[in-house]
Design a protein around this ligand. Structure first.
Ligand code: ZN
Length: 698
């Protein structure tokens, strides 16, 4: 197959993105393959979550087509899945409702070969009845969007005041264009490598406008090449229900490429256009029946988008920034280690534009406005598809599946393993506090007293050089059995911003760890980078949430168990942060904490909570924290430990082995094995400790 790297490079990679519409897609592929001509081509279909069997039907009917199944993240993202894999000298983005009427792909490739300066091109596109579609377009502008708002296409002389180039001689011969309808676009691979893939912030519409704009800006020709004619069945996005999406995409394009004043003017024009159509549709609806009223409804929806409502599709905020970590590979494609190290997260520049902008301007905003913005955004963040929030079970499920496979292979009814936690505990729990400022420092003693009343000890992470810390506080905490940790040197969140920053601050971190005699690190604002953590020189770090879409750096390691980053133990943060719970989500109960704790305990994981003393500043919040302590205390079989003890155990456990002595008989070997227990895992994944300790042992 074409994926074979020993094959010579194909001339063309054809990419079809499907989302239902099986019959049309099959016809498109049949027609395009028949029109291949004498060139070598490879074929991709990216199926965006079809539910009508499109992907299966294509696999059966077209063995040469490589079918990639993905969830629906929009047209641009789907094309990029194949673009990344395409090896052809050219790529063709082909809509699944297009058929060849004249000419073929070989002639098109030959025409591109003859025009080395042309980066991207399209051909003649017609309706099924043969009438020409206005596939040649002008770039959006303030004047054009204003003209279109005022129905310029109905004016005798208004033709220039719209994006589509009307029928005429421009379609008969090759010629430069601003952009062309994306139903059929051929692009030169070397130009794509320079320009980059489609911008995935466009869920539908305008992605081709944006792409052509970028080709032009990079100096590549954008050209209409009438060497072939294709019939585009659902031409022109005439589906009224998608009108709000189109409006959203147009606004996004303007914001991306034009300055703020022009983008605002175009947005105003869009709003004006929709408002005029709502009015006219409503008036005409009185005389002309349901069709007009239906259109008026779509115009109202589009008007709302122009005024700031979110678009119908796309996991994106109203300003177009993604709230979902976009993956070219689906989570299932990553192995456990890659997931833990957040390799699925795309670090490219566009990703968290909104959030990084927000954090840049945050110091300038009044606190009430900050919170209002964060709350609005949080609704979207909570809908993230991966890692799912508040529970991402992928690693738990994989562990269970592996176990079932091992059991089956062994033929036994249960397998022995070194229990996850020492002394027969079924889960572990740690309490941590990041002290952000003087206000937090002042509350330490009160909070520790509450914890101790319920028999808990916790870890207090202080910032190295950020606020005064009263003399004797560390000694007091330690004397009472608590742990001190390092919460960065400064709380300016610059540590992981660049390698230079990191290396500049590293010596001070090493010095502070020694000076304070602490072994644990928590990064300010949980900024992190799996590749660098080990260099911090701490015994453990606790900066990776298992899943947390709300933090400045979204994502998560998907793990509710500790893991190694090099020689450093990572203790994932597994409960929603107090600040998120109270300030962002505005919950007045601790259900999110207790329900997740139950799930973690049921799966033998680590409960790791961050509570900021700085935010425990009301009786209500203190009461909720205490309520959680009481709940935790009531959970059976938990190991309430300090983070440094958990890290030490994890290191010790790594070197323990399990020796089977016979059916249902095994023992642990290695240094410290007296703390360990054997667990028997059966087909249900149920663990039975061979030497159960008293229930609730702590
Ligand atoms: Zn902090």
């Amino acid at each position: 197959m074409s994926a074979d790297p020993t094959n010579p490079r194909p001339d063309l990679s054809v990419i079809v993105v499907t989302h239902n519409g099986r019959q049309k897609a099959l016809e498109t592929l049949a027609s395009a393959q028949a029109a291949q001509g004498w060139i070598d081509a490879e074929w991709f279909v990216v199926d965006s979550g079809s539910t009508d069997g499109t992907a299966d039907a294509i696999e059966q009917g077209f063995p040469a087509v490589r079918v990639l199944r993905r969830e629906n993240r929009g047209f641009a993202a789907a094309n990029n899945v194949a673009l990344e894999r395409a090896r052809g000298r050219y790529v063709l983005l082909l809509n699944p409702d297009v058929e060849f009427a004249a000419g073929n792909l070989a002639e098109l490739v030959a025409a591109m070969d003859a025009r080395p300066g042309t980066g991207i091109a399209s051909v003649l596109q017609t309706d099924p009845d043969g009438s020409l579609q206005a596939s040649i377009r002008r770039f959006p502008s303030v004047l054009r969007s204003f003209g279109e708002a005022l129905f310029s296409y109905h004016w005798p002389l208004g033709r220039g005041l719209q994006e589509p180039v009307a029928q005429g001689p421009r379609y008969e011969r090759p010629g430069a264009a601003d952009w062309m309808s994306g139903a059929f676009l051929i692009a030169r691979a070397s130009a794509v490598a320079e320009v980059g893939p489609l911008d995935e912030r466009f869920f539908l519409y305008s992605e081709e406008t944006d792409w052509c704009y970028r080709f032009k800006r990079a100096g590549w020709g954008v050209e209409h090449l009438p060497v072939a004619t294709v019939v585009h069945h659902c031409g022109g996005g005439s589906d009224g229900a998608l009108k709000p999406q189109l409006t959203h995409s147009k606004m996004l394009f303007a914001r991306k490429h034009y300055g703020r004043p022009r983008a605002m003017a175009m947005r105003g024009s869009l709003a004006l256009g929709h408002a005029l159509r709502v009015i006219s549709g409503t008036v005409l609806g009185v005389f002309a029946g349901a069709g007009h009223r239906e259109r008026a409804r779509h115009e109202v929806a589009a008007l709302r988008v122009a005024l700031g409502a979110p678009p119908p599709y796309g996991p994106y905020a109203a300003d177009g920034s993604p709230s979902v970590p976009s993956t070219e590979r689906s989570p299932a494609d990553f192995d456990d280690r890659e997931l833990r190290e957040e390799r699925y997260r795309d670090r490219s520049e566009n990703r968290s534009l909104l959030m990084s902008t927000y954090y840049n301007v945050k110091p300038l905003l009044p606190r009430r406005l900050q919170l209002a913005l964060r709350r609005r955004y949080a609704v979207r963040q909570a809908r993230v598809e991966f890692p799912r929030w508040p529970i991402e079970p992928i690693l738990v499920e994989r562990r269970q599946a592996t176990l079932r496979a091992e059991l089956q292979a062994s033929g036994a009814d249960a397998l022995p393993t070194v229990a996850t936690w020492p002394e027969g505990h079924r889960f572990a729990a740690i309490l941590t506090h990041d002290v952000e400022g003087p206000k937090g420092v002042a509350l330490v003693r009160e909070i520790m007293a509450i914890e101790q009343r319920h028999g808990f000890r916790s870890c207090w992470n202080f910032v190295g050089d950020w606020y005064p810390i009263e003399a004797g506080l560390f000694d007091h905490l330690r004397a009472e059995g608590h742990e001190i940790g390092l919460h960065g040197i400064k709380h300016d969140c610059k540590l992981f911003e660049s390698r230079a920053n990191f290396e500049a601050e590293l010596p001070e971190i090493h010095r502070k760890l020694r000076e304070w005699d602490v072994v644990g690190f928590r990064s300010p604002a949980t900024h992190r980078n799996a590749d660098w953590m080990e260099e911090l020189g701490a015994a453990y770090d606790s900066s990776f949430p298992d899943t947390d879409p709300f933090e400045p750096l979204g994502g998560g390691c998907c793990s509710i168990l500790p893991f190694f980053l090099g020689e450093m133990v990572e203790l994932p943060i597994t409960l929603v942060q107090d600040h998120t719970l109270w300030e962002i989500l505005r919950r007045d109960t601790i259900d999110l904490w207790t329900e997740k704790s139950d799930w973690i305990a049921a799966n033998g994981g680590l409960i790791n909570l961050i509570v900021h003393p700085d935010y425990l500043d009301t009786p209500d919040r203190l009461r909720m924290y205490e309520e959680f302590l009481v709940y935790l205390k009531g959970m059976d079989g938990g190991w309430s430990a300090l983070p440094r003890d958990v890290a030490e155990w994890w290191r010790l456990r790594r070197d323990l082995g399990c020796v089977t002595d016979g059916p249902r008989a095994a023992h642990v070997v290695g240094p410290g094995s007296e703390r360990a227990r054997i667990e028997w895992l059966d087909a249900e994944g149920t663990a039975t400790a061979s030497t159960p300790d008293p229930v609730g042992a702590r």
